[in-house]
Write a protein that binds this ligand. Structure first.
Ligand SMILES: *Cc1c(COP(=O)(O)O)cnc(C)c1O
Length: 363
């Protein structure tokens, strides 16, 4: 019998509201507004939560919020790579995985390792070459996409790639870290699983390492949760609290950082020290090919005062780095490419600082 007192489901709330409302305790007298940090590894037997590697209250609140934002069932991991490895662990022995030529370095290296071990068969494609992506999916188990890609900022035609992969019977994972669930919702475009490094924009303050997988199908979400239990990449309660707190301001942070990104990439095109600006027109990430290659790009990194020379992305502070300083970065990434993660500082301060650093690199 339906519960006569259950409220009728309302219209789906907009993402700017969901970031504020999702993952809160029940709205009842005396309940806290925020999910508390529950520091416990074990729980009295007989309830729905027994051991924190399987489930825990603060983690569950964060999973509710991410699931609500991506329209699926979320499982949170101790890092984005923890989440990525859980998904790789679900690939059957020897099965084919299709992945982009320039993907997040850790993912690309791990897939190559698994391929070298004979654990999977790896098929590398360019994410923005839709027919190559679709052709490579024939007989594959999993299509692993990133869009925009890190750090070349290539944009995949997600609906066409997803439809093509499904026609071949392949599962589709989309790493949505760069776009965030505010600007792109891959499950709504047909993808089966979304990956997030929560370390980045969702947490937003460069103070935690966390990751998540979000599946549309509850059975797949359960299989993913069991991977977390057995592989052990479970998150801590304090980190989950920080991530949930960060998500509350995601919409205003992305709006402001995207405004900075759009305006500054516009001013950079035609800059004498910049050969190429890579910005897909949306989002908070960009890359520039500095004229003069690696040495000039290193000079820019050393000269900035407001921008911070550091790896990672998605925080309130603007970060830049020359990606090829990492030995494992893909050789398809130009030596002089500097990745820009736009923060929420004053647009003019960011511009003056970057412009001065670029001009100093001209010598
Ligand atoms: C950082 C990142 C990851 C890995 O996440 P960690 O939290 O650092 O383990 C995966 N994909 C993308 C696109 C990333 O930027």
């Amino acid at each position: 019998m339906p519960d006569a007192e259950a409220p009728a489901p309302g219209p789906r709330l907009r993402q700017e509201t969901v970031v504020v409302t999702a993952g809160r305790p029940p709205a009842e007298p005396g309940q806290p507004l925020n999910q508390p940090i529950v520091a416990a590894s074990s729980f009295h037997a007989g309830g729905t939560i027994e051991y924190a590697r399987e489930a825990a209250p603060t983690t569950a609140a964060l999973e509710d919020a991410i699931g609500a934002l991506e329209h699926g069932h979320a499982v949170v991991f101790s890092s984005g790579m923890g989440a990525a490895n859980a998904m790789m662990d679900l690939v059957p022995m020897g099965a084919a995985v299709v992945a982009p030529s320039a993907a997040y370095t850790g993912v690309a290296v791990r897939l190559r390792e698994l391929s070298a071990l004979g654990r999977i068969t790896l098929r590398i494609v360019d994410a923005d070459d839709t027919s190559a992506v679709v052709d490579a999916c024939a007989g594959a188990h999993l299509l692993w996409l990133e869009s925009p890609t890190n750090p070349l900022m290539q944009v995949a035609d997600l609906p066409s790639c997803i439809a093509g992969a499904h026609a071949s019977g392949a599962l589709v994972l989309v790493d949505n870290t760069f776009a965030t669930p505010l600007l792109q919702q891959p499950l709504d475009l047909g993808a089966d699983v979304v990956l997030h490094s929560l370390t980045k924009a969702l947490s937003g303050h460069s103070d935690v390492l966390l990751g998540a997988l979000v599946a549309r199908d509850p059975g797949l979400a359960e299989a993913i949760r069991i991977r977390r239990v057995l592989l052990g990449a479970a998150p801590g309660a304090f980190d989950c609290f920080l991530a949930l707190r960060g998500i509350r301001t995601l919409a205003v942070r992305v709006e402001r950082a995207q405004h900075n990104a759009r305006e500054i990439t516009g001013r950079l095109s035609g800059h004498p020290a910049v050969e190429r600006v890579r910005y897909p027109g949306f989002g908070t990430m960009a890359a520039i090919d500095v004229a003069g290659g690696a040495a000039a790009a290193d000079a820019v990194s050393a000269a900035v005062r407001v921008w911070i020379h550091a790896t990672s992305l998605g925080g309130v502070e603007s970060l830049l780095e020359r990606r090829r300083r990492w030995p494992l970065e893909s050789s398809t990434v130009p030596e002089g490419l500097v990745r820009l993660s736009f923060g929420i500082e004053s647009l003019e301060d960011l511009w003056e600082d970057l412009d001065a650093a670029l001009r100093s690199s001209l010598g």
